[in-house]
Ligand binder design. Structure first.
Ligand code: HEC
Length: 472
């Protein structure tokens, strides 16, 4: 089978992974707010109608407005944007996710529609409804939003820990994979935390309540911070389910991953400490500025966590089934013989700017094989990473790409394609001169070609985290 080729989009100096990652982080954070917010409002509605908190009902109405505005509008827009960007960045991955989990997506969207409908009914009618019906609507709203997390969580965790699916290709073994439960519980706790902190911001805007009344509400909202105590345990469980090479990246193997993990842990720890001492033990008042700062910290924690979750999947987008380059592992050998862009029908946008056909070929190889994680001059730029290498080093390290960094996939092209890529990097590093010699015309090329082929063969076609000859 050939890898399918799709029209390509270019995001300039921004790495494609960064574009989708940045958008994803905002979207996930808003989704967490929506889910936790639903649960929190059920709690407050219950407090109100059982006479446990005199101002709880007012809070529900105020909070719901913020929730609707932010999560319905910005959440929905970023959700659509996620699809729009991901089909540009990695159409084959999205295709696979849709194909494997067609009905699961359908179920997820059904719950999402239910969530929107219940939320809208509450928005329009809650002022006129008796308490019992208000609680019912909020209950439907929050159950539906939690279940949309439930369904999507199975698909997202499948990408990293597909479990028995790798063998059976059976939808439920992929869905209820090893990462499913710890991730679901962890996200539920995160959602409750975000909702609780956002509540402290909203309560501070209720200017017509006196400080004592606001404090009473804040102390109630802080109850949703208790589950944070389970976070260390849940994240240890989640890490335990991760493939070993991914775990290694988090604990030092990739300093970027390690630092982001540190950011997520540090930010969560700060929130946890503040919640534990100030809100729960001392029952302090928390003003709007502090509450906003805590929400910002929870955003940083979410951002770090999501970044790591997406990052440690490398070199795959679907573990052992699809590399980040949209090449399936079983296709590598053939692409090394036939070429990875030999059948790529899409022209270069700026073909006339390159000095010769070899560099043009290099640009196509770069687009196919590197561009999802690298740019030429911007973020994670190849010019910076390999521009100062010696020519031999460039050839060898790219030929043995999966060993240069185990989170890169094996190189899947011919020696000519590899040489063209090397020449593209050299040309870009030299400042893109108009004239540039072609290297495959030179009489030492047959020898160069032989060495590249030998390096490719030595590295093999298995991912780099396996030892040479080791099989899975
Ligand atoms: C799955 C994502 C991914 C793909 C695909 C990928 N890379 Fe990388 N590559 C990375 C990451 C992440 C780094 C680490 C950057 C760092 O350490 O700062 C990296 C590092 C490198 C480095 C520096 C290695 C070192 O030891 O300093 C080179 C050179 C490189 N990549 C070349 C390439 C080339 C050429 C391609 C395409 C044939 C490619 N990469 C495809 C993710 C990828």
């Amino acid at each position: 089978m050939n890898p399918p080729y799709y029209p390509v989009s270019d995001f300039g100096p921004m790495m494609k992974g960064m574009v989708i990652g940045g958008l994803g982080i905002v979207h996930v954070f808003l989704a967490m707010f929506a889910i936790g917010g639903g649960l929190l409002m059920c709690y407050f509605q219950w407090l109100a109608q059982t006479g446990r908190s005199p101002n709880a009902r007012r809070f529900v109405d105020g909070y719901f407005k913020a929730l609707v505005l932010i999560s319905f509008v910005v959440g929905a827009v970023t959700g659509v944007a996620m699809w729009f960007v991901s089909i540009q960045v990695s159409p084959r991955t999205i295709g696979m996710m849709v194909e494997e989990f067609h009905w699961v997506w359908g179920i997820e969207w059904t719950f999402f529609s239910l969530e929107i409908t219940a939320g809208y009914c509450f928005y329009r009618c809650s002022a006129r409804l008796p308490d019992r019906d208000r609680l019912l609507l909020l209950g439907i709203y929050s159950a539906a939003s939690w279940f949309s997390l439930f369904w999507i969580n199975g698909i997202l965790t499948w990408q990293l820990t597909p479990g028995d699916w790798s063998r059976t290709r059976e939808v439920w073994s992929g869905f209820f994979n090893p990462g499913f439960l710890p991730s679901l519980l962890f996200r539920t706790v995160t959602a409750m935390t975000v909702a609780s902190l956002a509540a402290c911001v909203v309560i501070n805007t209720m200017a017509d309540l006196d400080r004592a009344a606001r404090k009473a509400l804040i102390n109630k909202a802080a109850h949703f911070l208790f589950p944070m105590a389970a976070m260390p345990f849940l994240s240890a469980w989640y890490f335990g389910t991760m493939p070993e090479d991914s775990r290694r990246m988090v604990f030092g193997g990739s300093i970027v991953m390690t630092l982001f993990m540190g950011l997520a842990t540090g930010a969560s720890l700060l929130i946890g400490l503040y919640a534990g001492f100030a809100l729960l033990l001392k029952r302090l008042y928390i003003n709007g500025a502090t509450a906003t700062l805590l929400v910002a910290l929870s955003f940083a924690a979410t951002a770090g966590g999501e970044f790591v979750r997406e990052g440690v999947r490398k070199p795959y987008t679907v573990r052992e089934a699809l590399y980040s380059t949209s090449v399936a592992p079983e296709e590598v050998t053939r692409l090394r013989a036939e070429g990875c862009v030999a059948r790529d029908p899409y022209p270069l946008r700026d073909a006339a700017n390159y000095p010769n056909d070899q560099v043009r070929l290099g640009a196509k190889v770069f687009r196919f094989h590197c561009n999802v994680c690298h740019t030429m001059d911007g973020a994670n730029a190849l010019r910076h990473l390999a521009g100062d290498w010696t020519p031999v080093q460039r050839r060898m390290n790219i030929a043995q790409l999966q060993r240069t960094k185990t989170f890169m996939p094996p190189f899947s092209g011919t020696p000519e394609e590899l040489e063209a890529l090397v020449r593209l990097i050299e040309w870009a590093t030299a400042g893109r001169p108009r004239e540039w010699p072609v290297s495959t015309d030179r009489e030492d090329w047959p020898e160069g070609r032989r060495r590249i082929r030998a390096w490719l063969d030595e590295a093999g076609v298995a991912p780099g985290f396996l030892k040479p000859g080791e099989r899975r």
